[in-house]
Design a protein around this ligand. Sequence first.
Ligand code: ZN
Length: 509
Amino acid sequence: MGTNPYERVTAAVAAINDVLNAMNVLVWDARVNMPASGARARAEQSATLTTLAQERLLAPSLADDVAASRAELGADATLVQARTLDAVEEAIAYHRGLPPELTARLARAKGTAQQAWVEARRADDFAGFAPHLQHMLEIKREVAERTAPELPLYDALLAEYEPGVRASDLTTLFETLKATLVPLVAEIREARAPRTDLLRRHYDVDRQRAFALEIARRFGYDTERGRLDVAPHPFEISFATGDVRITTRYDERWLAQSMFATWHEAGHGIYEQYADPAHARGALSSDLIGLYAVSGTSYGTHESQSRLWENLVGRSRTFWDAHYGALVDVFPDALADIDVETFHRAINAVTPSCIRVEADELTYHLHIMLRFELEHALLDGSLKVRDLPGAWNEAMVSYLGVRPPDDRLGVLQDLHWSVGLVGAFPTYTIGTVMASQFYAAALRDDVAILPELTAGTYGRLHGWLHEHVYRHARLYRAGELLERSTGRGLDPSDYLTYVKEKYGALYGL
Ligand code: ZN
Protein backbone atom coordinates (compact mmCIF):
# COMPACT_ATOMS: atom_id res chain seq x y z
CA MET A 1 0.00 0.00 0.00
CA GLY A 2 1.17 3.50 -0.73
CA THR A 3 2.10 5.84 1.99
CA ASN A 4 0.28 8.96 0.77
CA PRO A 5 -3.42 9.22 -0.04
CA TYR A 6 -2.96 9.45 -3.83
CA GLU A 7 -0.80 6.31 -3.84
CA ARG A 8 -3.47 4.55 -1.83
CA VAL A 9 -6.09 5.64 -4.40
CA THR A 10 -4.03 4.27 -7.29
CA ALA A 11 -3.35 1.01 -5.41
CA ALA A 12 -7.08 0.56 -4.76
CA VAL A 13 -7.93 1.32 -8.38
CA ALA A 14 -5.24 -1.10 -9.61
CA ALA A 15 -6.89 -3.90 -7.66
CA ILE A 16 -10.32 -2.98 -9.08
CA ASN A 17 -8.81 -2.90 -12.56
CA ASP A 18 -7.38 -6.40 -11.98
CA VAL A 19 -10.82 -7.70 -11.03
CA LEU A 20 -12.38 -6.10 -14.12
CA ASN A 21 -9.72 -7.56 -16.40
CA ALA A 22 -10.21 -10.99 -14.85
CA MET A 23 -13.89 -10.57 -15.68
CA ASN A 24 -12.90 -9.79 -19.28
CA VAL A 25 -11.01 -13.10 -19.44
CA LEU A 26 -14.20 -14.88 -18.36
CA VAL A 27 -16.22 -12.97 -20.98
CA TRP A 28 -13.75 -13.80 -23.75
CA ASP A 29 -13.74 -17.45 -22.78
CA ALA A 30 -17.54 -17.56 -22.60
CA ARG A 31 -17.87 -16.19 -26.11
CA VAL A 32 -15.02 -18.17 -27.72
CA ASN A 33 -14.54 -21.50 -25.92
CA MET A 34 -17.15 -22.24 -23.26
CA PRO A 35 -19.63 -25.08 -23.70
CA ALA A 36 -23.21 -23.81 -23.30
CA SER A 37 -23.54 -25.89 -20.14
CA GLY A 38 -21.08 -23.52 -18.45
CA ALA A 39 -23.31 -20.48 -18.87
CA ARG A 40 -25.14 -20.58 -15.55
CA ALA A 41 -21.98 -20.93 -13.45
CA ARG A 42 -20.19 -18.32 -15.53
CA ALA A 43 -23.00 -15.80 -14.94
CA GLU A 44 -22.62 -16.33 -11.19
CA GLN A 45 -18.84 -15.95 -11.40
CA SER A 46 -19.17 -12.69 -13.32
CA ALA A 47 -21.79 -11.37 -10.91
CA THR A 48 -19.50 -12.12 -7.96
CA LEU A 49 -16.57 -10.30 -9.56
CA THR A 50 -18.79 -7.30 -10.38
CA THR A 51 -19.95 -7.14 -6.79
CA LEU A 52 -16.35 -7.40 -5.59
CA ALA A 53 -15.28 -4.49 -7.82
CA GLN A 54 -18.25 -2.43 -6.69
CA GLU A 55 -17.58 -3.11 -3.01
CA ARG A 56 -13.96 -2.04 -3.40
CA LEU A 57 -15.06 1.12 -5.19
CA LEU A 58 -17.51 1.95 -2.41
CA ALA A 59 -15.08 1.22 0.45
CA PRO A 60 -15.20 4.28 2.74
CA SER A 61 -11.39 4.37 2.80
CA LEU A 62 -11.27 5.04 -0.96
CA ALA A 63 -13.60 8.05 -0.76
CA ASP A 64 -11.55 9.34 2.19
CA ASP A 65 -8.30 8.92 0.26
CA VAL A 66 -9.74 10.74 -2.77
CA ALA A 67 -10.75 13.69 -0.57
CA ALA A 68 -7.35 13.66 1.18
CA SER A 69 -5.55 13.54 -2.20
CA ARG A 70 -7.48 16.57 -3.40
CA ALA A 71 -6.55 18.46 -0.25
CA GLU A 72 -2.91 17.42 -0.40
CA LEU A 73 -2.31 17.91 -4.13
CA GLY A 74 -4.45 21.01 -4.53
CA ALA A 75 -3.56 23.04 -7.61
CA ASP A 76 -0.29 21.08 -8.00
CA ALA A 77 -2.12 17.97 -9.22
CA THR A 78 -1.00 16.85 -12.67
CA LEU A 79 -3.64 16.37 -15.35
CA VAL A 80 -3.42 12.58 -14.91
CA GLN A 81 -3.85 12.91 -11.15
CA ALA A 82 -6.77 15.32 -11.48
CA ARG A 83 -8.54 13.15 -14.06
CA THR A 84 -7.91 10.01 -12.02
CA LEU A 85 -9.52 11.60 -8.97
CA ASP A 86 -12.43 12.90 -11.10
CA ALA A 87 -13.05 9.44 -12.55
CA VAL A 88 -12.98 7.71 -9.16
CA GLU A 89 -15.17 10.36 -7.56
CA GLU A 90 -17.77 10.23 -10.34
CA ALA A 91 -17.88 6.45 -10.18
CA ILE A 92 -18.32 6.46 -6.40
CA ALA A 93 -21.19 8.95 -6.72
CA TYR A 94 -22.80 6.87 -9.46
CA HIS A 95 -22.60 3.58 -7.57
CA ARG A 96 -23.66 5.15 -4.28
CA GLY A 97 -26.84 6.22 -6.06
CA LEU A 98 -27.66 2.61 -6.84
CA PRO A 99 -29.04 0.60 -3.93
CA PRO A 100 -27.59 -2.96 -3.97
CA GLU A 101 -31.13 -4.24 -4.36
CA LEU A 102 -31.49 -2.31 -7.64
CA THR A 103 -28.12 -3.53 -8.94
CA ALA A 104 -29.15 -7.10 -8.20
CA ARG A 105 -32.56 -6.57 -9.85
CA LEU A 106 -30.86 -5.19 -12.97
CA ALA A 107 -28.41 -8.11 -13.11
CA ARG A 108 -31.24 -10.64 -12.78
CA ALA A 109 -33.36 -8.82 -15.36
CA LYS A 110 -30.48 -8.87 -17.84
CA GLY A 111 -30.15 -12.63 -17.47
CA THR A 112 -33.82 -13.43 -17.80
CA ALA A 113 -34.59 -10.83 -20.49
CA GLN A 114 -31.69 -12.00 -22.62
CA GLN A 115 -32.90 -15.58 -22.38
CA ALA A 116 -36.46 -14.47 -23.18
CA TRP A 117 -35.16 -12.50 -26.16
CA VAL A 118 -33.28 -15.53 -27.53
CA GLU A 119 -36.44 -17.64 -27.27
CA ALA A 120 -38.75 -14.92 -28.61
CA ARG A 121 -36.50 -14.37 -31.59
CA ARG A 122 -36.32 -18.06 -32.34
CA ALA A 123 -40.11 -18.39 -32.19
CA ASP A 124 -40.86 -14.97 -33.74
CA ASP A 125 -42.93 -14.23 -30.63
CA PHE A 126 -42.64 -10.57 -29.60
CA ALA A 127 -45.44 -11.00 -27.04
CA GLY A 128 -43.17 -13.42 -25.14
CA PHE A 129 -40.45 -10.77 -24.87
CA ALA A 130 -42.72 -7.75 -24.24
CA PRO A 131 -43.09 -8.10 -20.43
CA HIS A 132 -39.31 -8.46 -20.06
CA LEU A 133 -38.70 -5.36 -22.13
CA GLN A 134 -41.31 -3.49 -20.10
CA HIS A 135 -39.58 -4.58 -16.88
CA MET A 136 -36.14 -3.61 -18.21
CA LEU A 137 -37.36 -0.15 -19.23
CA GLU A 138 -38.77 0.39 -15.73
CA ILE A 139 -35.44 -0.60 -14.16
CA LYS A 140 -33.45 1.62 -16.52
CA ARG A 141 -35.77 4.53 -15.70
CA GLU A 142 -35.09 3.95 -12.03
CA VAL A 143 -31.32 3.74 -12.60
CA ALA A 144 -31.40 7.03 -14.53
CA GLU A 145 -33.45 8.80 -11.87
CA ARG A 146 -31.14 7.64 -9.09
CA THR A 147 -27.76 8.18 -10.76
CA ALA A 148 -28.45 11.43 -12.63
CA PRO A 149 -31.64 13.01 -11.27
CA GLU A 150 -30.63 16.36 -12.73
CA LEU A 151 -30.71 15.03 -16.32
CA PRO A 152 -33.61 14.18 -18.62
CA LEU A 153 -34.14 10.42 -18.77
CA TYR A 154 -32.51 9.73 -22.13
CA ASP A 155 -29.52 11.95 -21.34
CA ALA A 156 -28.91 10.08 -18.10
CA LEU A 157 -28.79 6.74 -19.92
CA LEU A 158 -26.69 8.10 -22.81
CA ALA A 159 -24.17 9.47 -20.29
CA GLU A 160 -23.15 5.92 -19.38
CA TYR A 161 -21.90 5.37 -22.93
CA GLU A 162 -21.12 8.83 -24.27
CA PRO A 163 -20.45 11.28 -21.43
CA GLY A 164 -21.05 14.90 -22.39
CA VAL A 165 -23.46 14.21 -25.27
CA ARG A 166 -27.14 15.10 -24.88
CA ALA A 167 -30.17 13.72 -26.70
CA SER A 168 -30.79 17.21 -28.11
CA ASP A 169 -27.30 17.09 -29.73
CA LEU A 170 -28.26 13.79 -31.31
CA THR A 171 -31.55 15.12 -32.61
CA THR A 172 -29.64 17.91 -34.37
CA LEU A 173 -26.99 15.48 -35.66
CA PHE A 174 -29.58 13.05 -37.01
CA GLU A 175 -31.58 15.81 -38.73
CA THR A 176 -28.40 16.94 -40.50
CA LEU A 177 -27.49 13.39 -41.55
CA LYS A 178 -31.03 12.62 -42.68
CA ALA A 179 -31.12 15.68 -44.96
CA THR A 180 -28.26 14.18 -47.01
CA LEU A 181 -28.63 10.43 -46.51
CA VAL A 182 -32.34 9.99 -47.29
CA PRO A 183 -32.22 11.66 -50.74
CA LEU A 184 -28.83 10.03 -51.47
CA VAL A 185 -30.18 6.55 -50.73
CA ALA A 186 -33.26 7.32 -52.87
CA GLU A 187 -31.03 8.33 -55.80
CA ILE A 188 -28.94 5.18 -55.40
CA ARG A 189 -32.09 3.03 -55.52
CA GLU A 190 -32.79 4.49 -58.95
CA ALA A 191 -29.23 3.85 -60.17
CA ARG A 192 -27.85 0.62 -61.60
CA ALA A 193 -27.11 -1.87 -58.80
CA PRO A 194 -23.57 -3.24 -58.73
CA ARG A 195 -23.09 -7.00 -59.03
CA THR A 196 -22.30 -8.66 -55.70
CA ASP A 197 -22.44 -12.33 -56.73
CA LEU A 198 -18.64 -12.43 -56.91
CA LEU A 199 -18.42 -12.11 -53.11
CA ARG A 200 -20.44 -15.33 -52.83
CA ARG A 201 -17.98 -17.54 -54.70
CA HIS A 202 -15.80 -20.09 -52.92
CA TYR A 203 -13.18 -18.54 -50.63
CA ASP A 204 -11.04 -20.93 -48.58
CA VAL A 205 -11.35 -20.01 -44.91
CA ASP A 206 -7.66 -20.43 -44.01
CA ARG A 207 -6.72 -18.13 -46.84
CA GLN A 208 -9.35 -15.58 -45.77
CA ARG A 209 -7.82 -15.60 -42.32
CA ALA A 210 -4.24 -15.21 -43.51
CA PHE A 211 -5.02 -12.34 -45.89
CA ALA A 212 -7.17 -10.37 -43.42
CA LEU A 213 -4.70 -10.83 -40.58
CA GLU A 214 -1.74 -9.74 -42.69
CA ILE A 215 -3.58 -6.50 -43.52
CA ALA A 216 -4.59 -6.01 -39.86
CA ARG A 217 -0.86 -6.27 -38.99
CA ARG A 218 -0.08 -3.59 -41.55
CA PHE A 219 -2.70 -1.34 -39.90
CA GLY A 220 -0.78 -1.82 -36.66
CA TYR A 221 -2.57 -4.66 -34.85
CA ASP A 222 0.29 -6.37 -33.00
CA THR A 223 -0.21 -10.14 -33.08
CA GLU A 224 2.62 -10.55 -30.56
CA ARG A 225 0.34 -8.78 -28.07
CA GLY A 226 -2.94 -10.31 -29.13
CA ARG A 227 -4.63 -13.11 -31.02
CA LEU A 228 -7.42 -13.70 -33.50
CA ASP A 229 -10.08 -16.31 -32.73
CA VAL A 230 -13.47 -17.30 -34.09
CA ALA A 231 -16.72 -16.18 -32.43
CA PRO A 232 -20.31 -16.21 -33.69
CA HIS A 233 -20.62 -12.48 -32.92
CA PRO A 234 -17.24 -10.83 -33.58
CA PHE A 235 -15.89 -8.63 -30.78
CA GLU A 236 -12.68 -7.24 -29.27
CA ILE A 237 -11.71 -7.39 -25.62
CA SER A 238 -8.53 -6.50 -23.75
CA PHE A 239 -6.92 -7.82 -20.56
CA ALA A 240 -3.89 -5.47 -20.68
CA THR A 241 -2.10 -3.50 -23.42
CA GLY A 242 0.03 -6.64 -23.82
CA ASP A 243 -2.98 -8.91 -24.39
CA VAL A 244 -5.73 -7.61 -26.66
CA ARG A 245 -7.94 -10.28 -28.26
CA ILE A 246 -9.99 -9.99 -31.43
CA THR A 247 -12.46 -12.37 -33.09
CA THR A 248 -14.18 -12.81 -36.41
CA ARG A 249 -16.43 -15.37 -38.12
CA TYR A 250 -15.97 -17.15 -41.44
CA ASP A 251 -18.21 -18.18 -44.29
CA GLU A 252 -16.48 -19.82 -47.22
CA ARG A 253 -19.23 -18.46 -49.47
CA TRP A 254 -19.02 -14.85 -48.29
CA LEU A 255 -15.64 -13.16 -48.48
CA ALA A 256 -16.66 -9.74 -47.17
CA GLN A 257 -17.92 -10.86 -43.79
CA SER A 258 -14.75 -12.18 -42.15
CA MET A 259 -12.42 -9.70 -43.77
CA PHE A 260 -14.21 -6.53 -42.72
CA ALA A 261 -15.05 -7.93 -39.29
CA THR A 262 -11.35 -8.70 -38.76
CA TRP A 263 -10.34 -5.15 -39.68
CA HIS A 264 -13.17 -3.67 -37.62
CA GLU A 265 -12.15 -5.58 -34.50
CA ALA A 266 -8.45 -4.96 -35.21
CA GLY A 267 -9.28 -1.22 -35.19
CA HIS A 268 -10.75 -1.62 -31.71
CA GLY A 269 -7.75 -3.73 -30.73
CA ILE A 270 -5.13 -1.25 -31.99
CA TYR A 271 -6.76 1.45 -29.86
CA GLU A 272 -6.35 -0.75 -26.77
CA GLN A 273 -2.82 -1.94 -27.61
CA TYR A 274 -1.39 1.54 -28.01
CA ALA A 275 -2.70 3.17 -24.85
CA ASP A 276 0.23 4.67 -22.93
CA PRO A 277 1.49 1.88 -20.63
CA ALA A 278 1.68 4.53 -17.88
CA HIS A 279 -2.13 4.25 -17.64
CA ALA A 280 -2.00 0.46 -17.05
CA ARG A 281 -4.16 -0.66 -14.12
CA GLY A 282 -5.23 2.95 -13.58
CA ALA A 283 -8.53 4.79 -13.48
CA LEU A 284 -7.79 6.00 -17.03
CA SER A 285 -7.86 2.46 -18.38
CA SER A 286 -11.13 1.43 -16.71
CA ASP A 287 -14.74 2.43 -17.13
CA LEU A 288 -15.44 2.59 -13.40
CA ILE A 289 -19.09 3.54 -13.94
CA GLY A 290 -19.82 0.65 -16.30
CA LEU A 291 -17.36 -1.57 -14.34
CA TYR A 292 -15.57 -2.62 -17.51
CA ALA A 293 -11.82 -2.64 -18.12
CA VAL A 294 -11.21 -0.65 -21.31
CA SER A 295 -8.56 1.91 -22.27
CA GLY A 296 -10.53 3.64 -25.03
CA THR A 297 -12.64 6.62 -24.04
CA SER A 298 -16.41 6.40 -24.74
CA TYR A 299 -18.29 3.92 -26.89
CA GLY A 300 -18.37 6.35 -29.83
CA THR A 301 -14.63 6.99 -29.78
CA HIS A 302 -13.94 3.26 -29.71
CA GLU A 303 -16.26 2.74 -32.64
CA SER A 304 -14.53 5.57 -34.53
CA GLN A 305 -11.28 3.60 -34.45
CA SER A 306 -12.85 0.37 -35.73
CA ARG A 307 -14.78 2.11 -38.50
CA LEU A 308 -11.83 4.20 -39.57
CA TRP A 309 -9.79 1.11 -40.48
CA GLU A 310 -12.73 -0.97 -41.68
CA ASN A 311 -14.47 1.62 -43.86
CA LEU A 312 -12.44 4.75 -44.51
CA VAL A 313 -9.33 2.70 -45.24
CA GLY A 314 -10.54 -0.86 -45.92
CA ARG A 315 -13.42 -0.02 -48.26
CA SER A 316 -11.60 2.74 -50.15
CA ARG A 317 -10.53 2.59 -53.76
CA THR A 318 -7.02 3.71 -52.71
CA PHE A 319 -6.73 0.64 -50.48
CA TRP A 320 -7.87 -1.80 -53.15
CA ASP A 321 -5.72 -0.24 -55.84
CA ALA A 322 -2.80 -1.11 -53.53
CA HIS A 323 -3.93 -4.58 -52.38
CA TYR A 324 -6.33 -6.07 -54.92
CA GLY A 325 -3.51 -7.81 -56.79
CA ALA A 326 -2.52 -9.61 -53.60
CA LEU A 327 -6.13 -10.68 -53.00
CA VAL A 328 -6.37 -12.10 -56.53
CA ASP A 329 -3.12 -14.00 -55.89
CA VAL A 330 -4.73 -15.54 -52.79
CA PHE A 331 -8.01 -16.40 -54.58
CA PRO A 332 -7.13 -16.82 -58.27
CA ASP A 333 -10.06 -19.16 -59.00
CA ALA A 334 -12.65 -16.78 -57.57
CA LEU A 335 -11.31 -13.43 -58.70
CA ALA A 336 -9.24 -13.84 -61.87
CA ASP A 337 -12.10 -12.53 -64.04
CA ILE A 338 -12.96 -9.62 -61.73
CA ASP A 339 -11.27 -6.23 -62.02
CA VAL A 340 -10.62 -3.90 -59.10
CA GLU A 341 -13.43 -1.53 -60.03
CA THR A 342 -16.03 -4.30 -60.05
CA PHE A 343 -14.72 -5.63 -56.75
CA HIS A 344 -14.73 -2.19 -55.15
CA ARG A 345 -18.31 -1.58 -56.27
CA ALA A 346 -19.38 -4.95 -54.86
CA ILE A 347 -18.00 -4.34 -51.37
CA ASN A 348 -19.66 -0.90 -51.28
CA ALA A 349 -23.10 -1.89 -52.58
CA VAL A 350 -25.90 0.13 -50.97
CA THR A 351 -28.98 -1.99 -50.34
CA PRO A 352 -31.74 -0.93 -47.95
CA SER A 353 -32.52 -4.02 -45.89
CA CYS A 354 -34.06 -5.14 -42.62
CA ILE A 355 -30.94 -6.01 -40.60
CA ARG A 356 -28.78 -3.31 -39.03
CA VAL A 357 -25.56 -5.31 -38.71
CA GLU A 358 -25.62 -6.18 -42.41
CA ALA A 359 -26.32 -2.60 -43.50
CA ASP A 360 -23.98 -0.58 -45.73
CA GLU A 361 -22.27 2.67 -44.70
CA LEU A 362 -25.24 4.85 -45.69
CA THR A 363 -28.40 3.02 -44.67
CA TYR A 364 -26.78 1.97 -41.38
CA HIS A 365 -27.56 5.32 -39.79
CA LEU A 366 -31.23 5.13 -40.74
CA HIS A 367 -31.42 1.97 -38.62
CA ILE A 368 -29.87 3.91 -35.73
CA MET A 369 -32.21 6.91 -36.08
CA LEU A 370 -35.21 4.60 -36.00
CA ARG A 371 -33.98 3.00 -32.76
CA PHE A 372 -33.22 6.39 -31.20
CA GLU A 373 -36.74 7.63 -31.91
CA LEU A 374 -38.40 4.48 -30.62
CA GLU A 375 -36.25 4.37 -27.45
CA HIS A 376 -37.24 7.94 -26.74
CA ALA A 377 -40.92 7.22 -27.22
CA LEU A 378 -40.74 4.09 -25.03
CA LEU A 379 -38.97 5.96 -22.23
CA ASP A 380 -41.32 8.95 -22.21
CA GLY A 381 -44.34 6.66 -22.39
CA SER A 382 -45.71 8.01 -25.68
CA LEU A 383 -45.19 4.51 -27.17
CA LYS A 384 -46.45 1.40 -25.36
CA VAL A 385 -44.31 -1.73 -25.54
CA ARG A 386 -47.21 -3.71 -27.04
CA ASP A 387 -47.37 -1.20 -29.93
CA LEU A 388 -43.62 -1.39 -30.59
CA PRO A 389 -43.60 -3.93 -33.47
CA GLY A 390 -46.13 -1.89 -35.44
CA ALA A 391 -44.22 1.34 -34.82
CA TRP A 392 -40.98 -0.39 -35.82
CA ASN A 393 -42.37 -1.61 -39.11
CA GLU A 394 -43.91 1.76 -39.97
CA ALA A 395 -40.58 3.47 -39.26
CA MET A 396 -38.73 0.92 -41.44
CA VAL A 397 -41.02 1.75 -44.33
CA SER A 398 -40.62 5.48 -43.91
CA TYR A 399 -36.82 5.40 -43.40
CA LEU A 400 -35.73 2.53 -45.63
CA GLY A 401 -38.67 1.64 -47.82
CA VAL A 402 -38.70 -1.97 -46.60
CA ARG A 403 -41.20 -3.72 -44.37
CA PRO A 404 -39.82 -6.56 -42.21
CA PRO A 405 -41.64 -9.79 -43.04
CA ASP A 406 -41.63 -10.81 -39.36
CA ASP A 407 -40.39 -9.56 -35.97
CA ARG A 408 -37.23 -11.67 -36.16
CA LEU A 409 -36.10 -9.45 -39.01
CA GLY A 410 -37.68 -6.46 -37.28
CA VAL A 411 -37.94 -5.45 -33.66
CA LEU A 412 -36.41 -8.67 -32.30
CA GLN A 413 -33.15 -8.52 -34.29
CA ASP A 414 -30.90 -6.78 -31.72
CA LEU A 415 -29.77 -8.07 -28.34
CA HIS A 416 -29.14 -4.59 -26.86
CA TRP A 417 -32.39 -3.78 -25.06
CA SER A 418 -32.57 -7.20 -23.44
CA VAL A 419 -29.25 -6.60 -21.67
CA GLY A 420 -30.14 -3.07 -20.62
CA LEU A 421 -28.27 -1.23 -23.37
CA VAL A 422 -30.91 1.47 -23.79
CA GLY A 423 -29.49 4.67 -25.31
CA ALA A 424 -26.36 2.99 -26.68
CA PHE A 425 -27.29 2.68 -30.37
CA PRO A 426 -26.50 6.33 -31.23
CA THR A 427 -22.85 5.76 -30.25
CA TYR A 428 -22.41 3.77 -33.49
CA THR A 429 -23.34 6.82 -35.55
CA ILE A 430 -21.28 9.10 -33.31
CA GLY A 431 -18.34 6.78 -33.97
CA THR A 432 -18.80 6.98 -37.74
CA VAL A 433 -18.90 10.77 -37.64
CA MET A 434 -15.82 10.91 -35.39
CA ALA A 435 -13.95 8.50 -37.68
CA SER A 436 -14.38 10.85 -40.64
CA GLN A 437 -13.27 13.83 -38.52
CA PHE A 438 -10.10 12.09 -37.32
CA TYR A 439 -9.29 10.78 -40.79
CA ALA A 440 -9.74 14.17 -42.48
CA ALA A 441 -7.66 15.87 -39.78
CA ALA A 442 -4.87 13.30 -40.15
CA LEU A 443 -4.70 13.82 -43.92
CA ARG A 444 -4.67 17.60 -43.44
CA ASP A 445 -2.00 17.54 -40.73
CA ASP A 446 0.39 15.19 -42.50
CA VAL A 447 0.48 15.38 -46.28
CA ALA A 448 2.78 12.35 -46.39
CA ILE A 449 -0.05 10.06 -45.24
CA LEU A 450 -1.87 9.94 -48.57
CA PRO A 451 1.16 8.81 -50.64
CA GLU A 452 1.71 6.08 -48.03
CA LEU A 453 -1.89 4.90 -48.32
CA THR A 454 -1.49 4.79 -52.09
CA ALA A 455 1.56 2.57 -51.57
CA GLY A 456 -0.38 0.32 -49.18
CA THR A 457 1.51 1.29 -46.02
CA TYR A 458 -0.04 2.70 -42.89
CA GLY A 459 2.71 3.75 -40.47
CA ARG A 460 2.09 7.49 -40.69
CA LEU A 461 -1.69 7.22 -40.34
CA HIS A 462 -1.20 4.87 -37.39
CA GLY A 463 1.34 7.36 -36.00
CA TRP A 464 -1.11 10.27 -36.20
CA LEU A 465 -3.81 8.24 -34.47
CA HIS A 466 -1.34 7.12 -31.82
CA GLU A 467 -0.32 10.69 -31.12
CA HIS A 468 -3.86 12.13 -31.06
CA VAL A 469 -6.06 9.26 -29.87
CA TYR A 470 -4.56 5.92 -28.80
CA ARG A 471 -1.94 6.94 -26.25
CA HIS A 472 -4.31 9.10 -24.20
CA ALA A 473 -6.51 6.17 -23.10
CA ARG A 474 -9.35 7.76 -21.08
CA LEU A 475 -7.45 10.93 -20.15
CA TYR A 476 -9.68 13.03 -22.43
CA ARG A 477 -13.35 12.63 -23.15
CA ALA A 478 -14.55 12.22 -26.72
CA GLY A 479 -15.40 15.91 -27.16
CA GLU A 480 -11.99 16.99 -25.85
CA LEU A 481 -10.11 14.54 -28.08
CA LEU A 482 -11.98 15.89 -31.10
CA GLU A 483 -11.38 19.53 -30.14
CA ARG A 484 -7.69 18.92 -29.52
CA SER A 485 -7.01 16.97 -32.70
CA THR A 486 -9.50 18.41 -35.21
CA GLY A 487 -10.25 21.85 -33.77
CA ARG A 488 -13.98 21.08 -33.63
CA GLY A 489 -16.47 19.17 -31.54
CA LEU A 490 -18.68 16.47 -33.06
CA ASP A 491 -19.42 17.68 -36.59
CA PRO A 492 -20.86 15.57 -39.44
CA SER A 493 -19.50 17.69 -42.31
CA ASP A 494 -16.43 15.50 -42.99
CA TYR A 495 -18.59 12.37 -43.00
CA LEU A 496 -21.14 13.95 -45.36
CA THR A 497 -18.41 15.15 -47.73
CA TYR A 498 -16.98 11.62 -47.72
CA VAL A 499 -20.26 9.86 -48.52
CA LYS A 500 -21.28 12.35 -51.22
CA GLU A 501 -17.92 12.03 -52.98
CA LYS A 502 -17.57 8.28 -52.58
CA TYR A 503 -21.10 7.19 -53.44
CA GLY A 504 -21.56 9.90 -56.06
CA ALA A 505 -18.58 8.41 -57.90
CA LEU A 506 -19.57 4.77 -57.29
CA TYR A 507 -23.12 5.22 -58.56
CA GLY A 508 -22.42 7.90 -61.17
CA LEU A 509 -24.79 10.41 -59.53
ZN1 ZN B 1 -17.30 -2.03 -33.13
